[in-house]
Design a protein around this ligand. Sequence first.
Ligand SMILES: [Zn+2]
Length: 510
Amino acid sequence: MKSIGIVKVWLVLLIASGIAACTVNPVTGNREISIISPSQAIAMGVQQYEPGQQSQGGVYKVDEDLNDYVASIGHKLAAVSDVPNLPYDFVVLNNGVPNAWALPGGKIAINRGLLTELEDEAQLAAVLGHEIVHAAANHGASQMSRSTLLNVGLLAGSVAAQDSQYGDLISMGSQVGAAAWMASYGRDDELESDEHGIRYMTAVGYDPQAAVELQETFVRLSEGRSSDFISGLFASHPPSQQRVDANRQHAAALPSGGIRNRDAYQRAIAQIVADQPAYDAQEKAVEALNNEDPDLALEYLDEAVRIQSDEGQFWELRGHAWQMKDDLNNAETAFGTAISKNPDYYQHWLARGLVRKEMGRDRLAQEDLERAEELLPTSSGAYALGELAESRGDTASAMSYFSSAASAGGAIGERASAKMVRYDLPTNPSKYIATGLGTDSAGRILLLVRNDSGIAVTGVTLRLVLASNGAYQDYNLSGNLAPNQQGSQATGIVADPSLYRAMVISARPL
Ligand SMILES: [Zn+2]
């Protein structure tokens, strides 16, 4: 195949130039090409771990014992893995979408929405064992190497921020955020993770049959096309009958009848099971907010907090409902309650910062927004901080915030770009205003102009320069230019336009 040939040529060039390295995979023993070294991969995994958690709902706080339980199973499995000395960490994320992910370096997350789909500890061990292989075999890193070779681009430095406000709490699981590059493993990676994951769980003493059941469950659920599963777990770890069959084969070759620990598992997840009606009510509240019905949303949220008053997400949503009702005092209080329930989650701080800004409480807004940005940089946070800097006359900070908001794209990104243009236009008008030369019907030179700045501009001064000696004449363009508008300015000079140049020497935002 032609494309393979090209990839090979690239590999040879990259290895020759010392950018790529040939390494032995610690799990499979296979020789592999990778662009980044194992230590770089670990560093990247560590770097992406926090933003990865934040962008996926943050750590599940209501029952911290559940985190300890999952971590204890994870560490047992990691200890018998092929790479036991990675800085492993296991965390339960406050996210209802069934999903689990691993970053290089052994940073592994599982959503509470997946835990409620599992039956016993052996099935949990199957999930965690599978993720440990992804981390230990550096699947994310080789994925990254492939992407680089194909010039698809590397991972984003910060999580792309979201513009929508209310959908986030429920839908954020579907966007892969910081970990986009490890979003979908190849079929070979999946089979490899299944195979060695089963080996690890059996070494700890679990029944390998649980891994077969798990895949059967996933295939069944994917056939039902549950959208949560499609966007969550199945997007990153596609299930297939092939995987069920392969698991069955691996399990058959291993001792059966190991540990299941169904009771211990059911006890561990008892809180999230008991709270499920509250999370269901939350989902309905989000729907009501999306339909701009804050009163109905508050009814659902009353029910949610009656069942579980320690869930910060419920309180934050209450704040959004009050905000929609223009009751900013109640909104601020509700966001404050959310923060007190979970001070480690960026979104509660962001929400309160934005409402405080709306209330004109600039100093407090800034503190909240800075805290949110520390936890997870977002375009809405950066944009608001830019406006606050602007209003206290700190142009340099404002530019820097608008610049990071602009880099995220989206509606807020466009607004941030426009803000930056407003500052930059007077200093660098030629970056934003295109010029040219033409003639009118009488052969007189016309200065031509087009506004590429994206904002309305005024005070445009154009300069006609005689190329041979630099002599010039300035002309003030009458009127304003809307975005993309073209204009022309008569000069009255009858001459060959190719002897002249045109330039813009001043312009300012309207
Ligand atoms: Zn996988």
